[in-house]
Design a protein around this ligand. Structure first.
Ligand SMILES: Cc1ncc(COP(=O)(O)O)c(C=O)c1O
Length: 531
């Protein structure tokens, strides 16, 4: 196998200078310069290069073995379409990602950086998960400790395992009514950084699954005041750069490294994502360091369909995003009103703004508060599937979450959701007391006895949960709701936490990360002198 990454990135350093000039123009500057930038954003150099290669019918004496269709299973060709298979072209193909500099691949990444206002953008083929893995590995070049938001995505925790970073966890605000986790406040970050003098960065999440957006400008100021970079996992916020009524996005607010799950709302193909290096922070994270980390975490055979979809989604967002998002937001205003008009239901919306940990709200998530009806979110979700094949992004005890993409037109799905919710509520009835039901906050997490890496890689054994209190966990336990990990590898298990997780399971909740989903047993570290 060839080592594709360095070659694919050859010449990128040279582009940075020009890129930073272009980016400033796109986000301000003279009208005429903006027009030039907007015209450039119409282009899809990488996607075009793929099409050109497929159309000229070259002798494909390279992988993949399907040879653009000739060697493919007919069922696969029928399912995917001949065209898609012909565009599955490997890396290191002349005229696509090698050849005259800048190659179409380099141009495409450069356009992405320009569109989002980044110093540099990397296309990722293993999702925002890869972005988190790369971020941790990049940070580990600067030291061994990091302050990270407790409800970081599992890939960020995996990154701690890979990088060996020792985390100081900062707790997000938990909504006492809804039982969901919001964002980290600047005050909490300040305290966590003060307690971690050796930290090399602050690492936060915004927006959350439920649409809460953090005060990223203030978080960046807190980190920068200590000379540290701010890493923002903005997996759910790639669209926010493209409409002025949406909350401002992290790069515009001074974040230094931003993880973006482009496929989630902007609509590139599943598993495609981007990592952006910001202009802010005065070069607190080295571009070459990030580049090496991206290379280490990626396949040597990056999928051209994924990268092509990123090029196309970037164009769609930069050229039509404002109009598309405007339409989707308007339709969602109407949908929220219709749902609120159903007895027993409410929706999360801008009214959340101002609660602890909610600086702004991203309206592209439609979170339905079901506490007023006679069934939990766990019961309603299958009922909605049964009524009209409604498939949700996420559901918990109190909330159902439907996700809307940037480019949805007319939102017929929203109408289906409203109609199905109406039917579901008629069937299950109301529970007027439910809306007052308070949420029991999870117990505090246990002492970090060793790094997640040491716990993950060290000797382990599986013990009955009833005997696990006091032992060091070798796996995560994260109950939903609210999705804040109760236990992470390296932390000492407490009887309180084990009881809390068990209780959540009994109430119909779920636990992620556990090797035994029913928590009869737990995987723990083998400690000398302890069995
Ligand atoms: C906050 C956050 N970060 C990262 C990820 C990983 O994204 P991906 O599925 O693109 O790898 C997710 C996925 O849901 C997420 O919610």
């Amino acid at each position: 196998m060839s080592d594709v990454s360095p070659s694919r990135r050859l010449g990128q350093a040279k582009l940075v200078e020009r890129l930073s000039v272009d980016t400033h123009r796109f986000h301000g500057g003279h009208k005429c310069e903006r027009r030039v930038t907007a015209e450039r954003q119409q282009q899809t150099p990488y996607l075009d290069a793929l099409c050109e290669y497929a159309e000229r019918r070259p002798a494909r004496l390279h992988v993949p073995g399907h040879k653009g269709g000739a060697g493919a299973d007919p069922g696969m060709l029928r399912a995917f379409g001949e065209r898609a298979v012909s565009l599955d072209i490997p890396a290191l193909t002349h005229g696509i990602d090698v050849g005259v500099d800048p190659t179409p691949f380099e141009q495409a990444q450069r356009l992405a950086a320009e569109a989002w206002g980044a110093r540099r953008a990397w296309f990722l083929i293993n999702g925002a998960s890869q972005g988190n893995l790369a971020a941790g590995l990049a940070l580990a070049h600067y030291g061994s400790e990091v302050v990270i938001q407790r409800n970081a995505h599992s890939s960020a925790i995996d990154s701690l395992v890979l990088s060996g970073l020792r985390p100081t966890f900062a707790a997000p605000e938990v909504d006492p009514e809804l039982g969901i986790a919001h964002c980290l406040t600047p005050e909490t970050l300040e305290r966590a950084l003060a307690a971690t003098p050796a930290a090399v960065a602050a690492w936060v999440i915004s927006p959350t699954y439920f649409g809460a957006v953090a005060d990223v400008r203030a978080l960046a100021a807190v980190a920068h005041s200590r000379g540290l970079p701010l890493v923002v996992d903005e997996a759910w916020g790639a669209h926010m750069a493209f409409h002025e009524e949406l909350p401002e996005h992290a790069l515009a607010l001074g974040a230094d490294l931003v993880i973006s799950s482009t496929h989630k709302i902007v609509g590139s193909l599943t598993q495609s994502a981007m990592l952006h290096l910001g202009h802010g922070g005065g070069g607190l994270i080295g571009e070459d360091t990030v580049d090496r980390a991206v290379t280490l975490t990626e396949s040597t055979s990056p999928n051209s369909l994924l990268c092509g979809s990123l090029d196309a989604a970037r164009r769609q967002a930069a050229v039509h995003g404002r109009e598309l998002l405007g339409r989707t937001m308007a339709a969602l205003v109407q949908t929220r009103e219709q749902i609120r008009a159903i007895d027993g239901l409410d929706v999360l919306d801008d009214r959340l703004t101002g609660r602890p940990g909610v600086f702004a709200y991203d309206p592209l998530r439609l979170a339905v508060d079901v506490r007023g009806v006679g069934a939990s979110g766990y019961e309603l979700a299958p009922l909605l599937r049964e009524i009209d094949d409604i498939n949700l992004e996420l559901y918990g005890q109190n909330v159902l979450v439907a996700v809307f993409g940037m480019g949805e037109r007319g939102l017929p799905e929203a109408e289906r959701l409203v109609a199905a919710l109406r039917t579901a509520v008629e069937r299950v009835g109301l529970d007027p007391g439910g809306a007052q039901a308070s949420f029991a906050a999870p117990p505090p997490w246990g002492e970090l006895a060793m790094t997640p890496r040491a716990a993950y890689l060290g000797a382990q054994e599986v013990v009955p949960a009833a005997q696990a209190a006091g032992r060091i966990a070798a796996e995560s336990l994260a109950t939903y709701p609210p999705g804040i990990p109760n236990v992470l590898p390296g932390e000492r298990l407490t009887a309180e936490t084990l009881a809390y997780v068990q209780n959540t399971l009994e109430l119909g909740g779920s636990v992620r990360g556990a090797s035994d989903r029913l928590l009869h047993t737990v995987r723990v570290v083998v400690e000398a002198g302890r069995t």
